[in-house]
Ligand binder design. Structure first.
Ligand code: ADP
Length: 725
């Protein structure tokens, strides 16, 4: 045992020096970019602008020049080392894991901070990697992929695996695979304890229309200028009163104007059940005896048109890791066109779905739908073809692209806190589990003024590369769709390359410059001559942590989520009980003469009751994260009355964290500070509850911060996934 421990210590020493070398020699993803490539910096709204003076990036490039390849202790390059494994040799997690190997336990290295997929990498996969890769295998076995649950993504997946010369197991495999590809959700296969799964737990729930709206709205309360890319939304039935008041006020202020709204059932997809209204009387509020859960949203009535048609953008985004956060954007996407010329909404045309809704599943039913083999014609085109067309008309597509990147990063930051709560519940730190990654489908509309607007995020974007066609009268067949294949196979293949457990360092930087980002027609099929694997350059571009500096200040709610998770206590839990809430108050020393423990209990009961309606997927009673965030805002408002909301929240976070020690913050607390304020949106009015006067969000906040009266809520809805297939 003593000898073994000694060996382990020697190994640890070697690993550490390896890690130090590797850390120093990390290649900046931008290194491969031409020096003349524009650097990026944020303007006050977080937009990434190009131009001189942005120079974290160029400094980095200069620093990294001439440093290539990690070294092993013998001074030879470490071929086949995954970049992140090399990096993590130097991390306390890897250190501790090795140390623990000598003592028989393997989980000691985890810290309370590590509630993302990073943890499990350290605890099982990565430990194996540390061990395996130390032997420096020259010839690696092919990466194994379990495709048994891939469903409609199977065809694209097969092509990708073939290109990579990996091995697929389409009926599953008794031994563990390196990667598991799920068609719908993390839970498609419950028995995975290692490897990587292409879904995060909780993503389906988080991206349902109501939850996404709530998450974005919380961010709008804290950072109104930064989150202006999401249309104003109301959640039905609970915010019916606010919504009808809004319509009435607009109509009263301008008798000529008929504002239009789009109603989307929660959990719906492919345009199912969506309709436009100009009056509350047209709302379909009840199905049978149940109130219908839906989001009603301001309708963007002046979209950018091409060939007189409305279109939207489907962008593929990879969340490679949640902790640390790593986001990649596919430089090629799809655009989906309506099949009837657009007219601004009027009572006459409100029901014309082929004019107003861009969904493929709807428009394909129109006689005008054009299946095309070309990327730049037809009803589904590549994003690059549309951007080039706009560029040819003089549109500043660099700016459009940088706005889109900002929209994506901000949206991911909005949903991350809830995802972290789901993650720790499904794969608690002490439980063996896989690491996760996920491809998301962002639906984005360009307004006439070229501003991108987020319509929704799909947790399970369709990866079909074929479409149904009537090949003879009454005979339908699936035929290949070249545009889908070009885009989707690239996205899946390059996601796999980035998740390759034996990954060499891949150049996946860039992202702000569409000239570099969007390939000219045909380029994406071109092979890179100096690529050893004879694969094309990656079509996925890292945007985070690349733009950490510009966006890290937005990660405030994650700090609240870190507190929440810390006090959850029981593994697998997603709700805070009253005792845990009290413990939080006590540990953070928040109670005083203005906040007695009795008022803490009242606050808990009030907020938990009001939120209970939103917890259809409830595993247990108690306070969920979004309710906790509301309670936190409330406490912050009481404690720091004179400050604006955002400053209140930051001050309370600082205070709590100061009582808790270093583990309580999000990834990088240093830059998580802020200074602007904003009124909070009301969340509390229930449909059918008489409300004598409209209440403004600010007034509502004042009211709830002093008096927390329970409200009646409709019954929980059934859970449906917002998936496309
Ligand atoms: P689904 O998940 O059912 O596809 P979406 O939110 O994507 O729901 O909406 C369907 C379509 O409706 C979109 O593709 C877009 O064409 C249109 N749409 C959605 N929201 C808006 C909006 N706020 N303004 C204008 N058009 C919208």
């Amino acid at each position: 045992m003593g000898d073994h421990y000694g060996d382990v210590k020697v190994q640890l020493g070697q690993m550490k020096s390896l890690g130090e070398d590797a850390e120093k020699e990390e290649v900046d993803p931008e290194e491969e970019m031409p020096v003349s490539s524009p650097s990026a910096s944020p303007d006050s709204t977080g937009r990434i602008t190009t131009g001189p003076g942005t120079d974290a990036l160029s400094t980095n490039i200069c620093k990294q020049k001439g440093k290539r390849g990690s070294k092993n202790p013998c001074g030879k390059p470490l071929q086949g080392f995954p970049a992140h494994a090399v990096k993590n040799f130097n991390s306390p997690i890897c250190d501790q894991t090795l140390h623990i190997k000598g003592t028989g336990t393997i989980l000691q290295g985890k810290t309370a901070e590590s509630n993302g997929n990073y943890v499990h990498e350290s605890s099982n996969t990565q430990e194996t990697r540390c061990k395996d890769e130390f032997k420096l295998p020259r010839k690696r076995r092919p990466v194994t992929v379990d495709t048994s649950k891939a469903k409609t993504s199977l065809e694209a997946l097969k092509l990708s695996i073939k290109e990579l010369q990996w091995k697929q197991f389409h009926t599953g495999r008794r031994a563990a695979c390196d990667i598991y590809w799920h068609g719908v959700s993390f839970h498609d296969n419950e028995n995975i304890v290692s490897g990587q799964v292409n879904k995060f737990p909780g993503m389906v729930e988080m991206l349902r229309k109501i939850n996404l709206s709530r998450a974005v709205r919380t961010m709008q309360e804290l950072f109104p200028e930064e989150y202006d890319f999401y249309p104003r939304s109301w959640i039905l039935p609970e915010e019916y009163q606010q919504f009808s008041t809004e319509i009435r006020m607009v109509k009263e202020s301008d008798g000529t104007e008929s504002p239009t709204f789009i109603v989307k059932p929660d959990g719906g997809s492919q345009g199912d059940g969506i309709y436009l209204i100009q009056d509350t009387v047209d709302l379909k509020l009840v199905v049978g005896t149940q109130a219908k859960q839906a989001v009603v949203q301001e309708y963007i009535h002046k979209p950018l048109l091409i060939d007189k048609l409305k279109f939207d953008i489907r962008l593929y985004v990879l969340i490679k890791s949640m902790q640390p956060l790593e986001i990649y954007i596919a430089k090629e996407g799809l655009t989906r066109f309506c099949t009837e010329p657009y007219q601004e909404p009027s009572q006459k045309n409100l029901s014309r779905v082929f004019m107003h809704l861009t969904n493929y599943s709807l428009n394909v039913q129109s006689g005008n739908y054009v299946h095309s083999d070309s990327q730049n014609t037809g009803s589904k085109r590549t994003l690059s073809s549309v951007l080039y067309r706009l560029a040819a008309k003089g549109v500043d597509i660099k700016r459009v692209w940088s706005d889109i990147i900002a929209l994506v990063i901000k949206s991911v930051i909005a949903v991350l806190p809830d995802l972290k709560v789901h993650y720790q519940a499904d794969i608690p730190p002490a439980k063996p589990g896989p690491t996760c990654f996920q491809i998301l489908g962002f639906d984005i509309l360009l307004m006439k003024n070229l501003k991108p607007v987020l319509l929704e995020v799909n947790s399970n974007p369709s990866m079909r590369i074929e479409h149904e066609q009537e090949v003879a009268p009454g005979v339908f067949e699936y035929v290949p769709s070249p545009v889908d294949e070009q885009v989707k196979v690239g996205v899946i293949r390059d996601t796999l390359r980035l998740m390759d457990p034996f990954n060499k360092k891949l150049t996946a930087g860039g992202g702000s410059d569409p000239v570099e980002v969007i390939p000219a027609h045909g380029d994406s099929q071109g092979r890179s001559p100096d690529n050893a694997d004879n694969l094309p350059p990656l079509c996925l571009k890292q945007v985070y942590p690349k733009y950490t500096k510009q966006f890290n200040h937005l990660r405030l709610v994650e700090r609240i989520a870190a507190l929440f998770i810390r006090f959850l206590g029981v593994k697998g839990n997603m709700r805070l009980g009253p005792t845990a809430f009290r413990t939080f108050i006590r540990t953070c020393k928040l109670s005083n003469s203005n906040l007695t423990m009795a008022s803490v209990d009242i606050l808990y009961i009030d907020i938990t009751r009001r939120w209970s309606f939103a917890l259809a997927d409830s595993r247990e009673a108690g306070m969920g994260l979004q309710a906790f965030v509301e309670a936190f805002f409330n406490l912050a408002g009481r404690r720091f009355k004179s400050l604006a909301l955002r400053e209140q929240v930051v001050s309370l976070l600082d205070l709590c964290e100061s009582h808790l020690g270093p583990q309580s913050g999000a990834e990088d607390r240093r830059s998580l500070s802020c200074s602007r304020a904003l009124p909070r949106g009301g969340r509390t009015q229930a449909l059918y509850l008489p409300h004598p006067r409209p209440i403004s969000p600010a007034a509502h906040r004042r009211a709830t911060s002093q008096d927390c009266r329970p409200h009646q809520r409709p019954k929980p809805r059934t859970l449906r996934a917002n998936v496309e297939n």
